[in-house]
Design a binder for this molecule. Sequence first.
Ligand SMILES: *[C@@H]1O[C@H](CO)[C@@H](O)[C@H](O)[C@H]1NC(C)=O
Ligand SMILES: *[C@@H]1O[C@H](CO)[C@@H](O)[C@H](O)[C@H]1NC(C)=O
Ligand SMILES: *[C@@H]1O[C@H](CO)[C@@H](O)[C@H](O)[C@H]1NC(C)=O
Ligand SMILES: *[C@@H]1O[C@H](CO)[C@@H](O)[C@H](O)[C@H]1NC(C)=O
Ligand SMILES: *[C@@H]1O[C@H](CO)[C@@H](O)[C@H](O)[C@H]1NC(C)=O
Ligand SMILES: *[C@@H]1O[C@H](CO)[C@@H](O)[C@H](O)[C@H]1NC(C)=O
Ligand SMILES: *[C@@H]1O[C@H](CO)[C@@H](O)[C@H](O)[C@H]1NC(C)=O
Length: 320
Amino acid sequence: MTKACKYILVHILETLVTCVFHEDCILPCSFLPTGAVVIHWYKQQIPVHSFYYRQDQFGLQNKHFSGRTSLFNPQIAQGNASLVLRKVKVQDRGRYKCYTSTRKGNQETFVNLSVKALIQMVKVDIIEEEVICQAQNIYPLPQLYWSTEPPTDLNNLYNHTRKTADSKGLFTIESTITILGNISQHVYFCSVVSGDRSQVWTASVKQQDKFGEEGNKLFIPCMLPQPQHNFTLTWTFIKTTEPIIIFTYDSRSQRITNSWEKKAKLDIQQAYTGNGSLTLLHPESSVHTGFYTCTLSSFQMKHQVHTWVNITVPRTGTII
Ligand SMILES: *[C@@H]1O[C@H](CO)[C@@H](O)[C@H](O)[C@H]1NC(C)=O
Ligand SMILES: *[C@@H]1O[C@H](CO)[C@@H](O)[C@H](O)[C@H]1NC(C)=O
Ligand SMILES: *[C@@H]1O[C@H](CO)[C@@H](O)[C@H](O)[C@H]1NC(C)=O
Ligand SMILES: *[C@@H]1O[C@H](CO)[C@@H](O)[C@H](O)[C@H]1NC(C)=O
Ligand SMILES: *[C@@H]1O[C@H](CO)[C@@H](O)[C@H](O)[C@H]1NC(C)=O
Ligand SMILES: *[C@@H]1O[C@H](CO)[C@@H](O)[C@H](O)[C@H]1NC(C)=O
Ligand SMILES: *[C@@H]1O[C@H](CO)[C@@H](O)[C@H](O)[C@H]1NC(C)=O
Protein backbone atom coordinates (compact mmCIF):
# COMPACT_ATOMS: atom_id res chain seq x y z
CA MET A 1 0.00 0.00 0.00
CA THR A 2 2.63 2.52 1.08
CA LYS A 3 4.80 1.45 -1.82
CA ALA A 4 2.09 2.34 -4.30
CA CYS A 5 1.62 5.76 -2.71
CA LYS A 6 5.32 6.50 -2.83
CA TYR A 7 5.44 5.54 -6.48
CA ILE A 8 2.64 7.96 -7.37
CA LEU A 9 4.19 10.71 -5.28
CA VAL A 10 7.52 10.46 -7.10
CA HIS A 11 5.71 10.70 -10.39
CA ILE A 12 3.80 13.77 -9.40
CA LEU A 13 6.81 15.54 -7.99
CA GLU A 14 9.41 14.69 -10.59
CA THR A 15 8.98 15.80 -14.17
CA LEU A 16 11.18 14.49 -16.93
CA VAL A 17 12.24 17.15 -19.43
CA THR A 18 14.38 16.54 -22.50
CA CYS A 19 16.11 19.64 -23.79
CA VAL A 20 17.73 20.04 -27.19
CA PHE A 21 21.37 21.06 -27.10
CA HIS A 22 21.91 24.82 -27.58
CA GLU A 23 18.18 25.57 -27.64
CA ASP A 24 16.02 27.10 -24.93
CA CYS A 25 14.15 24.86 -22.53
CA ILE A 26 11.40 25.25 -19.93
CA LEU A 27 11.60 23.54 -16.54
CA PRO A 28 8.01 23.48 -15.30
CA CYS A 29 7.03 24.44 -11.76
CA SER A 30 3.83 25.81 -10.30
CA PHE A 31 2.56 26.72 -6.84
CA LEU A 32 -0.62 27.90 -5.19
CA PRO A 33 -0.36 31.72 -5.35
CA THR A 34 -1.05 33.54 -2.09
CA GLY A 35 0.65 36.92 -2.08
CA ALA A 36 4.41 37.31 -1.83
CA VAL A 37 6.55 34.38 -2.93
CA VAL A 38 10.16 33.26 -2.67
CA ILE A 39 11.40 31.06 -5.51
CA HIS A 40 14.71 29.20 -5.53
CA TRP A 41 15.83 26.91 -8.31
CA TYR A 42 18.74 24.58 -7.52
CA LYS A 43 20.61 21.94 -9.45
CA GLN A 44 21.55 19.47 -6.75
CA GLN A 45 22.87 22.06 -4.23
CA ILE A 46 23.95 24.66 -6.80
CA PRO A 47 21.91 27.91 -6.93
CA VAL A 48 20.48 28.34 -10.42
CA HIS A 49 17.98 31.19 -10.09
CA SER A 50 16.23 33.05 -7.26
CA PHE A 51 13.31 35.42 -7.01
CA TYR A 52 12.19 37.34 -3.92
CA TYR A 53 11.21 40.89 -2.91
CA ARG A 54 9.32 40.85 -6.25
CA GLN A 55 12.46 40.59 -8.36
CA ASP A 56 15.10 38.26 -9.76
CA GLN A 57 18.12 37.87 -7.47
CA PHE A 58 21.41 36.92 -9.08
CA GLY A 59 23.76 37.36 -6.09
CA LEU A 60 24.21 33.65 -5.39
CA GLN A 61 23.73 32.33 -8.93
CA ASN A 62 26.35 29.84 -10.07
CA LYS A 63 28.52 31.11 -12.96
CA HIS A 64 27.57 28.12 -15.08
CA PHE A 65 24.04 29.54 -15.39
CA SER A 66 25.01 33.17 -15.70
CA GLY A 67 22.87 35.04 -18.24
CA ARG A 68 20.97 31.91 -19.23
CA THR A 69 18.02 31.81 -16.82
CA SER A 70 14.75 33.65 -16.38
CA LEU A 71 11.26 33.16 -14.97
CA PHE A 72 7.95 34.14 -16.54
CA ASN A 73 7.81 37.19 -14.27
CA PRO A 74 4.35 38.54 -15.27
CA GLN A 75 2.90 35.10 -14.49
CA ILE A 76 4.51 34.48 -11.12
CA ALA A 77 1.52 36.05 -9.40
CA GLN A 78 -0.65 33.36 -11.02
CA GLY A 79 1.54 30.59 -9.54
CA ASN A 80 3.92 30.05 -12.44
CA ALA A 81 7.49 29.47 -11.22
CA SER A 82 8.72 27.75 -14.40
CA LEU A 83 12.34 28.38 -15.32
CA VAL A 84 13.64 29.15 -18.79
CA LEU A 85 17.12 27.82 -19.41
CA ARG A 86 18.71 29.20 -22.57
CA LYS A 87 21.38 27.67 -24.85
CA VAL A 88 21.27 24.33 -23.06
CA LYS A 89 24.62 22.61 -22.47
CA VAL A 90 25.34 18.91 -22.03
CA GLN A 91 26.51 19.73 -18.49
CA ASP A 92 23.03 21.08 -17.64
CA ARG A 93 21.60 17.58 -17.37
CA GLY A 94 20.61 16.41 -13.91
CA ARG A 95 18.05 16.90 -11.19
CA TYR A 96 16.70 20.37 -10.48
CA LYS A 97 14.73 21.46 -7.45
CA CYS A 98 12.08 24.16 -7.54
CA TYR A 99 11.52 25.53 -4.05
CA THR A 100 8.64 27.94 -3.47
CA SER A 101 7.61 29.56 -0.25
CA THR A 102 4.47 31.57 0.45
CA ARG A 103 2.72 32.40 3.71
CA LYS A 104 0.59 29.28 3.17
CA GLY A 105 3.68 27.05 3.20
CA ASN A 106 6.69 25.70 1.35
CA GLN A 107 6.87 23.31 -1.58
CA GLU A 108 9.58 21.39 -3.39
CA THR A 109 9.20 19.85 -6.82
CA PHE A 110 11.81 18.22 -9.02
CA VAL A 111 12.68 18.27 -12.69
CA ASN A 112 14.96 15.66 -14.18
CA LEU A 113 16.57 17.30 -17.17
CA SER A 114 18.18 15.29 -19.93
CA VAL A 115 19.89 16.72 -22.99
CA LYS A 116 20.02 15.57 -26.55
CA ALA A 117 21.92 16.84 -29.56
CA LEU A 118 20.28 15.52 -32.69
CA ILE A 119 22.08 13.75 -35.50
CA GLN A 120 22.46 16.30 -38.30
CA MET A 121 24.26 14.29 -40.93
CA VAL A 122 26.03 11.01 -41.62
CA LYS A 123 28.91 10.95 -44.07
CA VAL A 124 30.38 7.92 -45.84
CA ASP A 125 33.41 8.06 -48.09
CA ILE A 126 35.58 5.55 -49.86
CA ILE A 127 39.25 6.26 -49.37
CA GLU A 128 41.47 3.77 -51.13
CA GLU A 129 40.68 0.35 -49.66
CA GLU A 130 38.49 1.62 -46.85
CA VAL A 131 34.97 2.87 -46.32
CA ILE A 132 34.72 5.51 -43.60
CA CYS A 133 31.53 6.58 -41.89
CA GLN A 134 31.30 9.60 -39.61
CA ALA A 135 28.71 11.53 -37.65
CA GLN A 136 29.43 14.33 -35.22
CA ASN A 137 28.06 16.64 -32.50
CA ILE A 138 25.66 14.09 -31.07
CA TYR A 139 24.47 13.49 -27.51
CA PRO A 140 24.03 10.97 -25.93
CA LEU A 141 26.35 8.45 -27.52
CA PRO A 142 24.82 7.03 -30.73
CA GLN A 143 25.33 3.59 -32.22
CA LEU A 144 26.68 2.83 -35.66
CA TYR A 145 25.89 -0.13 -37.91
CA TRP A 146 27.24 -1.32 -41.24
CA SER A 147 25.56 -3.39 -43.91
CA THR A 148 26.01 -4.09 -47.62
CA GLU A 149 23.88 -4.72 -50.69
CA PRO A 150 23.95 -7.51 -51.75
CA PRO A 151 24.17 -8.66 -48.13
CA THR A 152 27.40 -10.11 -46.81
CA ASP A 153 28.37 -11.82 -43.61
CA LEU A 154 29.05 -8.84 -41.38
CA ASN A 155 31.84 -10.72 -39.64
CA ASN A 156 33.81 -10.28 -42.85
CA LEU A 157 33.61 -6.53 -42.53
CA TYR A 158 36.51 -5.74 -40.32
CA ASN A 159 35.38 -2.62 -38.51
CA HIS A 160 37.07 -0.19 -36.28
CA THR A 161 34.82 2.29 -34.46
CA ARG A 162 36.07 5.29 -32.52
CA LYS A 163 33.96 7.43 -30.23
CA THR A 164 35.27 10.73 -28.94
CA ALA A 165 33.76 13.59 -26.94
CA ASP A 166 34.68 17.23 -27.50
CA SER A 167 34.99 19.94 -24.86
CA LYS A 168 31.23 20.58 -25.04
CA GLY A 169 30.53 16.93 -24.26
CA LEU A 170 29.24 16.14 -27.77
CA PHE A 171 30.20 12.88 -29.41
CA THR A 172 31.79 12.10 -32.73
CA ILE A 173 31.50 8.54 -33.95
CA GLU A 174 33.68 7.26 -36.76
CA SER A 175 33.95 3.78 -38.16
CA THR A 176 36.20 2.24 -40.79
CA ILE A 177 35.77 -1.01 -42.67
CA THR A 178 38.01 -2.60 -45.24
CA ILE A 179 36.35 -3.17 -48.60
CA LEU A 180 35.34 -6.64 -49.72
CA GLY A 181 37.25 -7.70 -52.82
CA ASN A 182 36.13 -5.73 -55.84
CA ILE A 183 34.72 -2.40 -54.67
CA SER A 184 32.10 -2.15 -57.44
CA GLN A 185 30.32 -5.29 -56.30
CA HIS A 186 28.74 -3.86 -53.13
CA VAL A 187 26.85 -0.85 -51.90
CA TYR A 188 28.03 0.05 -48.39
CA PHE A 189 25.44 1.34 -45.92
CA CYS A 190 26.16 3.04 -42.62
CA SER A 191 23.39 3.80 -40.12
CA VAL A 192 23.73 5.94 -37.04
CA VAL A 193 21.06 5.47 -34.38
CA SER A 194 20.52 8.00 -31.59
CA GLY A 195 20.86 6.90 -27.97
CA ASP A 196 17.08 6.98 -27.42
CA ARG A 197 16.51 5.25 -30.80
CA SER A 198 14.24 8.07 -31.97
CA GLN A 199 16.47 8.98 -34.91
CA VAL A 200 18.06 6.79 -37.56
CA TRP A 201 20.24 8.34 -40.25
CA THR A 202 21.54 6.28 -43.13
CA ALA A 203 24.14 7.01 -45.75
CA SER A 204 25.42 4.75 -48.49
CA VAL A 205 28.16 4.74 -51.06
CA LYS A 206 29.00 2.74 -54.15
CA GLN A 207 31.91 3.08 -56.51
CA GLN A 208 32.11 1.75 -60.06
CA ASP A 209 33.95 2.14 -63.38
CA LYS A 210 32.32 2.69 -66.72
CA PHE A 211 33.91 2.58 -70.16
CA GLY A 212 32.43 4.19 -73.23
CA GLU A 213 33.29 5.07 -76.78
CA GLU A 214 33.34 8.56 -78.18
CA GLY A 215 30.07 9.42 -79.94
CA ASN A 216 28.14 6.44 -78.52
CA LYS A 217 25.44 6.92 -75.89
CA LEU A 218 26.74 5.98 -72.44
CA PHE A 219 24.46 4.93 -69.63
CA ILE A 220 25.77 5.68 -66.12
CA PRO A 221 23.71 3.64 -63.67
CA CYS A 222 22.64 5.05 -60.31
CA MET A 223 20.22 2.75 -58.54
CA LEU A 224 19.08 3.72 -55.09
CA PRO A 225 17.84 1.43 -52.36
CA GLN A 226 14.19 2.40 -52.40
CA PRO A 227 11.74 4.86 -53.92
CA GLN A 228 11.58 8.16 -52.05
CA HIS A 229 8.87 10.72 -51.53
CA ASN A 230 10.72 13.93 -50.92
CA PHE A 231 14.16 13.91 -52.40
CA THR A 232 16.80 15.86 -54.23
CA LEU A 233 18.88 14.25 -56.94
CA THR A 234 22.18 15.78 -58.01
CA TRP A 235 24.80 14.76 -60.55
CA THR A 236 28.24 16.30 -60.34
CA PHE A 237 31.26 15.88 -62.57
CA ILE A 238 34.95 16.34 -61.80
CA LYS A 239 37.38 16.47 -64.68
CA THR A 240 40.43 17.66 -62.83
CA THR A 241 39.76 19.38 -59.54
CA GLU A 242 36.71 21.63 -59.61
CA PRO A 243 33.40 19.75 -59.38
CA ILE A 244 30.64 21.09 -61.62
CA ILE A 245 26.95 20.41 -61.12
CA ILE A 246 25.47 18.81 -64.23
CA PHE A 247 21.96 18.06 -63.11
CA THR A 248 19.67 18.71 -60.14
CA TYR A 249 16.10 17.78 -59.39
CA ASP A 250 14.03 18.63 -56.33
CA SER A 251 10.87 16.54 -55.98
CA ARG A 252 9.13 19.14 -53.79
CA SER A 253 9.43 22.06 -56.19
CA GLN A 254 9.75 19.70 -59.19
CA ARG A 255 12.47 22.03 -60.39
CA ILE A 256 15.02 20.64 -62.84
CA THR A 257 18.33 22.17 -63.82
CA ASN A 258 20.44 20.53 -66.49
CA SER A 259 23.56 22.40 -67.46
CA TRP A 260 24.39 19.67 -70.00
CA GLU A 261 21.04 20.12 -71.73
CA LYS A 262 22.04 18.64 -75.09
CA LYS A 263 24.70 16.33 -73.72
CA ALA A 264 22.97 14.37 -70.95
CA LYS A 265 19.47 13.20 -70.10
CA LEU A 266 17.70 11.70 -67.14
CA ASP A 267 14.22 10.23 -66.81
CA ILE A 268 12.48 12.01 -63.92
CA GLN A 269 9.70 9.41 -63.68
CA GLN A 270 12.39 6.76 -63.13
CA ALA A 271 13.93 8.87 -60.36
CA TYR A 272 10.77 8.38 -58.29
CA THR A 273 11.32 4.61 -58.37
CA GLY A 274 14.90 5.04 -57.12
CA ASN A 275 16.55 5.01 -60.54
CA GLY A 276 18.63 8.15 -60.96
CA SER A 277 20.67 6.89 -63.92
CA LEU A 278 22.10 9.42 -66.39
CA THR A 279 22.68 8.98 -70.11
CA LEU A 280 25.49 10.82 -71.89
CA LEU A 281 24.24 11.40 -75.42
CA HIS A 282 27.35 12.11 -77.53
CA PRO A 283 30.29 11.81 -75.15
CA GLU A 284 33.68 13.18 -76.15
CA SER A 285 36.80 11.69 -74.65
CA SER A 286 38.49 14.98 -73.82
CA VAL A 287 35.35 16.52 -72.31
CA HIS A 288 33.45 13.72 -70.60
CA THR A 289 36.13 11.44 -69.21
CA GLY A 290 36.19 11.96 -65.44
CA PHE A 291 34.54 11.30 -62.12
CA TYR A 292 30.73 11.38 -61.86
CA THR A 293 28.78 11.42 -58.60
CA CYS A 294 25.06 10.78 -58.27
CA THR A 295 23.65 11.95 -54.91
CA LEU A 296 20.14 11.30 -53.70
CA SER A 297 19.18 12.95 -50.43
CA SER A 298 15.93 12.58 -48.57
CA PHE A 299 14.73 12.62 -44.97
CA GLN A 300 17.64 11.36 -42.79
CA MET A 301 19.21 9.66 -45.80
CA LYS A 302 21.94 10.26 -48.31
CA HIS A 303 23.00 7.85 -51.04
CA GLN A 304 25.92 8.31 -53.38
CA VAL A 305 27.20 6.47 -56.44
CA HIS A 306 30.66 7.43 -57.68
CA THR A 307 31.50 6.44 -61.24
CA TRP A 308 34.85 6.74 -62.91
CA VAL A 309 33.99 7.18 -66.61
CA ASN A 310 36.57 6.65 -69.32
CA ILE A 311 35.52 7.58 -72.85
CA THR A 312 37.94 6.17 -75.37
CA VAL A 313 38.44 7.29 -78.93
CA PRO A 314 37.73 4.47 -81.36
CA ARG A 315 40.64 3.63 -83.62
CA THR A 316 40.72 6.00 -86.57
CA GLY A 317 41.97 5.28 -90.03
CA THR A 318 40.38 2.40 -91.83
CA ILE A 319 42.54 -0.30 -93.23
CA ILE A 320 41.82 -0.67 -96.90
C1 LIG B 1 4.29 29.46 -17.31
O1 LIG B 1 4.14 30.40 -18.35
C2 LIG B 1 4.72 30.06 -19.59
C3 LIG B 1 4.58 31.23 -20.54
O2 LIG B 1 3.24 31.56 -20.75
C4 LIG B 1 4.08 28.81 -20.11
O3 LIG B 1 4.72 28.41 -21.32
C5 LIG B 1 4.23 27.68 -19.08
O4 LIG B 1 3.58 26.53 -19.53
C6 LIG B 1 3.67 28.13 -17.74
N1 LIG B 1 4.00 27.07 -16.78
C7 LIG B 1 3.17 26.69 -15.82
C8 LIG B 1 3.65 25.58 -14.97
O5 LIG B 1 2.09 27.24 -15.66
C1 LIG C 1 16.72 11.16 -14.74
O1 LIG C 1 16.17 10.46 -15.84
C2 LIG C 1 17.08 9.59 -16.44
C3 LIG C 1 16.43 9.05 -17.70
O2 LIG C 1 15.13 8.62 -17.49
C4 LIG C 1 17.48 8.51 -15.46
O3 LIG C 1 18.38 7.61 -16.06
C5 LIG C 1 18.11 9.15 -14.24
O4 LIG C 1 18.40 8.17 -13.27
C6 LIG C 1 17.21 10.20 -13.65
N1 LIG C 1 17.96 10.92 -12.66
C7 LIG C 1 17.49 11.22 -11.48
C8 LIG C 1 18.41 11.97 -10.59
O5 LIG C 1 16.36 10.90 -11.15
C1 LIG D 1 31.90 -3.80 -35.41
O1 LIG D 1 32.60 -3.78 -34.17
C2 LIG D 1 31.79 -3.79 -33.04
C3 LIG D 1 32.68 -3.73 -31.80
O2 LIG D 1 34.01 -4.04 -32.08
C4 LIG D 1 30.88 -5.03 -33.03
O3 LIG D 1 30.03 -4.99 -31.92
C5 LIG D 1 30.06 -5.06 -34.33
O4 LIG D 1 29.22 -6.18 -34.36
C6 LIG D 1 31.02 -5.05 -35.50
N1 LIG D 1 30.36 -5.24 -36.80
C7 LIG D 1 29.53 -4.43 -37.48
C8 LIG D 1 29.12 -4.90 -38.81
O5 LIG D 1 29.12 -3.37 -37.05
C1 LIG E 1 35.12 -5.36 -60.66
O1 LIG E 1 33.87 -5.82 -61.07
C2 LIG E 1 33.34 -5.16 -62.22
C3 LIG E 1 31.93 -5.69 -62.46
O2 LIG E 1 31.72 -6.91 -61.91
C4 LIG E 1 34.27 -5.42 -63.42
O3 LIG E 1 33.80 -4.75 -64.55
C5 LIG E 1 35.67 -4.89 -63.06
O4 LIG E 1 36.58 -5.20 -64.09
C6 LIG E 1 36.18 -5.52 -61.76
N1 LIG E 1 37.41 -4.85 -61.39
C7 LIG E 1 38.45 -5.49 -60.91
C8 LIG E 1 39.65 -4.62 -60.54
O5 LIG E 1 38.48 -6.69 -60.76
C1 LIG F 1 7.07 15.85 -48.36
O1 LIG F 1 7.20 17.27 -48.24
C2 LIG F 1 5.96 17.94 -48.13
C3 LIG F 1 6.21 19.42 -48.22
O2 LIG F 1 7.34 19.82 -47.49
C4 LIG F 1 5.28 17.50 -46.84
O3 LIG F 1 4.03 18.14 -46.71
C5 LIG F 1 5.08 15.99 -46.88
O4 LIG F 1 4.54 15.54 -45.65
C6 LIG F 1 6.41 15.27 -47.13
N1 LIG F 1 6.14 13.85 -47.33
C7 LIG F 1 6.89 12.89 -46.76
C8 LIG F 1 6.49 11.49 -47.05
O5 LIG F 1 7.84 13.13 -46.04
C1 LIG G 1 16.62 3.41 -65.26
O1 LIG G 1 16.22 4.52 -66.03
C2 LIG G 1 16.71 4.50 -67.38
C3 LIG G 1 16.26 5.77 -68.04
O2 LIG G 1 16.86 6.88 -67.44
C4 LIG G 1 16.20 3.26 -68.10
O3 LIG G 1 16.75 3.22 -69.42
C5 LIG G 1 16.62 2.03 -67.33
O4 LIG G 1 16.07 0.88 -67.94
C6 LIG G 1 16.15 2.11 -65.90
N1 LIG G 1 16.65 0.96 -65.16
C7 LIG G 1 15.91 0.23 -64.36
C8 LIG G 1 16.57 -0.92 -63.70
O5 LIG G 1 14.74 0.48 -64.16
C1 LIG H 1 41.03 5.03 -70.43
O1 LIG H 1 41.12 3.72 -70.92
C2 LIG H 1 42.17 3.52 -71.83
C3 LIG H 1 42.04 2.12 -72.43
O2 LIG H 1 41.80 1.17 -71.43
C4 LIG H 1 43.48 3.75 -71.12
O3 LIG H 1 44.57 3.56 -72.01
C5 LIG H 1 43.51 5.17 -70.57
O4 LIG H 1 44.68 5.37 -69.81
C6 LIG H 1 42.30 5.43 -69.72
N1 LIG H 1 42.26 6.84 -69.40
C7 LIG H 1 42.30 7.29 -68.16
C8 LIG H 1 42.26 8.78 -68.02
O5 LIG H 1 42.35 6.54 -67.18
